[in-house]
Design a protein. Structure first.
Lengths: 330, 441
């Protein structure tokens, strides 16, 4: 924080240059890596091109062509079979923005993504911290925590749906006996809670792997020094381990957002199908529902364009707001 | 070095080509016909049996059936495939996708196909509610295949324990019975809500009670149809269902369990579900069960219910010999013997009079009285504009909206009137969008 402030003040001191923080950070990026590039640059450009080609082809097929398709469909209304097509300008977008259902879905998605991100990190952090302090059976402990990652989302979703089914689910029966009126078919909050828990449960392992590695990377000498100075494990964790693992945590925040926004589709499809009354219908699930179930390709394409813009904005925002507070040097 | 790689790769490719060639040789003399279908479980097994029977019945064509997910997923697969010219020759599509298929420009009208390939099918022989749906302007658009209608399934043991011989034929009477079943602690779940409740408890309810669902004869008379079900008895029906849900009489199965299994396992005493559940109920229910026609409102002008299920479409863009194979299979399906076997194996209604009469003459319905209920329900009274069926463009979309809005009634977010008003408003936007896109069709 102080370091970045200093740069900003320095820049403002120059005065003549307009403040272009994004360009500045880009330039600094190029500046630092230019030396490395020069040391190992290719004399024959075709070799470089050849080496780049696989990656570019993947981008072409999995990013540029789909993006072009989405863009070209977002401004039309079209018969699913492609027989008739009417250009409608921004109508698909204006319809979405004026639809209360779409607004609800956007708010829900934000809530779901943020809660999922925080909960996943917190639980994974706790488990990783515990791993550091588990002496016996560490392998078994790790194995158990990593298990959910090996289960396909659709299968775990079906299991969650069944276990908490208010009519036949054993865990739902338990909740009923404890006096909770659990019913995800009729209580939107229960449904949202269920998909959130299922999504967090599935993703904790991912964060956990990275956090364990990050915590292990903290130099033992630093920790020992702190211990000798009398810092207890919890204090060492918050004042030493956590700041040193900041780059990993930042990376995980980005990944959790991507997961919450885009990859919880399978869980939602199997646990609630977006219901009841759209209360778990996230933006991505809505794209699928409108596009692939109801064949409203124009609206679905417009929604995916909006999602793409959101994803790009989110990433820029995260890098701008969070990354400058992350110290990559140990 | 590089050349050795190239050689070994070409070698591998050649070996692969040989293998493919060898495997293809045996099937090469038969023309391959692709069929994408959308029913699974016991019904899916019966489809595979039908395919193998057809393949054994002749040696010119080889029909290959692929299960592509439920009706919506199969349709989505078809759309994606058609755009890159990888479509199957035959598609099974549900009644809700009828307008989409009809106006897709991707299908060959079935009567044209059959006439061209020299087959004669007596289109007048199809039973009235089925013909009334699939025949457009006097010409059949698709081959009726699996037609069903929702009927009231009940646990006869539970009803007997409560002192009832059979379910009442009115909703008012049925309500008393369902509440009695719960109050006498015979069951904790008097009725299970079917997954496709909008089809049975809303659309069929509307038709049976002769309420208009939409203007322009429920869409039969033109694309400028508008939903009006927020001004009819449907509002009272949703209020009734909401009361039942709140009182724990009607249970929503939700994800993770199939509603029909709540009935077959004995958990719930009744369910209004498709007659095609016969094969499943017969196999799984370990109690004395029976079925009855769907109830109606007291004093209603009772009419026929509407059909559900699906038909077979001949898809464009296939060679002449594949089309001949499609026609041969359609002809096979339309035979009274096939119809009879299919209906008996699945519980779907026999779609031709010939098959129906044949089954009747054999005394099949005397031994299996519940198999005739669907036919009885489909032929009650003279069909009216309100009961003939529903022809709405993008019906899947307006259906999804209707379900979502009724779920908002379950959650208490909206009153039945508010929900249906909103559903009609949003549904009409879908209809207008479809009208705009298909003007002049």
């Amino acid at each position: 924080m102080p370091a970045s402030d200093a740069i900003m003040m320095e820049n403002e001191g120059v005065g003549t240059r307009p403040r272009l923080p994004l360009r500045r950070s880009l330039r600094s990026l190029v500046g630092t890596s230019e030396a490395g590039l020069k040391a190992s640059h290719f004399r024959r450009p075709w070799l470089a091109a050849g080496l780049l080609a696989p990656q570019l082809l993947i981008l072409l097929f999995f990013f540029f062509i789909p993006t072009w398709k989405a863009l070209s469909l977002a401004f039309v209304q079209v018969d699913p079979f492609g027989g008739t097509m009417i250009f409608v300008g921004f109508e698909n977008f204006t319809t979405l923005f004026s639809s209360p259902e779409y607004r609800d879905s956007a708010i829900l998605t934000l809530w779901f993504t943020v809660v999922q991100c925080i909960a996943t990190l917190a639980i994974a952090g706790l488990l990783a911290f515990a791993t550091d302090n588990v002496m016996r059976g560490r392998a078994i402990y790790k194995g158990v925590i990593l298990l959910p990652y090996a289960i396909a989302p659709a299968i775990s979703g079906v299991l969650w749906a069944f276990l908490f089914n208010p009519t036949v689910g054993p865990l739902a029966q338990m909740l009923h006996q404890l006096g909770f009126a659990w019913d995800p078919n009729r209580r939107p909050f229960d449904a949202l809670l269920l998909v959130s828990v299922a999504a967090v449960w599935k993703h904790v392992c991912y964060d956990y792997i990275f956090l364990v590695a990050a915590f292990l990377a903290v130099p033992a000498s630093v920790m020992e020094a702190a211990a000798i100075d009398g810092a207890r494990p919890v204090r060492r964790f918050f004042t030493m381990t956590l700041p040193m693992a900041a780059p990993t945590i930042f990376f995980l925040i980005v990944m959790n957002f991507v997961y919450g926004l885009f990859e919880t589709f399978g869980i939602i499809d199997t646990v609630t199908r977006g219901g009841p009354a759209g209360s778990t219908n996230t933006l991505v699930y809505k794209v699928y529902q409108d596009g692939f179930r109801q064949l409203d390709l124009g609206s679905s394409a417009a929604q995916s364009v909006i999602l793409m813009v959101i994803a790009v904005l989110f990433t820029i925002l995260q890098f701008r707001a969070v990354e400058r507070k992350v110290n990559y040097q140990v | 070095m590089a050349s050795t790689y190239v050689k070994s790769i070409t070698g591998l490719l050649a070996a692969g080509a040989l293998l493919v060639g060898a495997a293809g040789a045996t099937a090469a003399d038969r023309v391959k016909i692709e069929w994408w279908y959308a029913i699974s479980g016991k019904l899916g097994d019966t489809v595979q049996q039908l395919i193998s029977d057809f393949n054994k019945s002749q040696d010119k064509y080889e029909l290959v059936g692929t299960f592509k997910g439920n009706y919506e997923e199969t349709m989505a697969a078809m759309v994606a495939a058609y755009r890159v010219n990888q479509q199957p020759a035959i598609l099974q599509s549900a009644e809700r996708g009828f307008m989409t298929m009809l106006n897709s420009g991707a299908v060959i009208p079935v009567d044209q196909l059959m006439a061209k390939q020299g087959y004669k099918i007596d289109w007048n022989d199809f039973v009235k509610p089925v013909a009334g749906f699939y025949i457009v302007n006097g010409k059949p658009a698709a081959l009726p295949f699996n037609s069903s209608t929702p009927i009231l399934w009940y646990n006869a043991d539970a009803f007997k324990a409560a002192g009832f011989d059979a379910p009442s034929d009115t909703w008012q009477g049925l309500e008393k019975q369902l509440y009695a079943l719960k109050e006498k602690k015979i069951t904790d779940c008097s009725m299970a809500l079917p997954g496709d409740f909008q089809w049975s408890l809303i659309e069929n309810y509307s038709a049976i009670n002769n309420y208009p669902f939409a203007t322009r004869a429920n869409g039969y008379a033109g694309l400028d149809t508008e939903f009006v079900y927020n001004k009819t008895g449907v509002v009272g029906q949703v209020a009734r269902l909401k009361k039942w849900v709140d009182d724990g009489v009607l249970k929503i199965a939700g994800q993770g369990v199939a509603p029909i299994s709540l009935f077959t396992s004995g958990t719930c005493a009744t369910i209004i579900n498709s007659t095609a559940s016969h094969s499943g109920v017969e196999a799984d229910a370990k109690f004395k069960w029976s079925a009855a026609v769907m109830p109606h409102e007291e004093g209603a002008d009772v009419r026929n219910g509407t059909i559900g299920g699906a038909s077979l479409w001949a898809v464009k863009g296939k060679s002449e010999e594949v089309q001949a194979g499609v026609a041969a299979f359609f002809n096979f399906v339309a035979q009274p013997d096939t119809q009879e076997w299919w209906s008996k194996a699945t519980g779907y209604v026999p779609v031709t009079n010939a098959a129906y009469q044949k089954m009747k003459a054999e005394g099949y319905f005397k031994d299996h009285p519940t198999r005739e209920i669907a036919i009885e329900q489909l032929s009650r009274g003279e069909p009216t504009d309100n009961s003939r069926g529903f022809r709405f463009g993008n019906h899947n979309q307006s259906t999804a909206i209707l379900i979502e809005e009724i779920q908002a009634v379950w959650t208490g977010k909206k009153t039945p009137q508010e929900a249906l008003d909103s559903s009609v408003k949003r549904g009409n936007e879908i209809l207008r969008q479809y009208e705009k896109l298909h003007a002049g069709k």
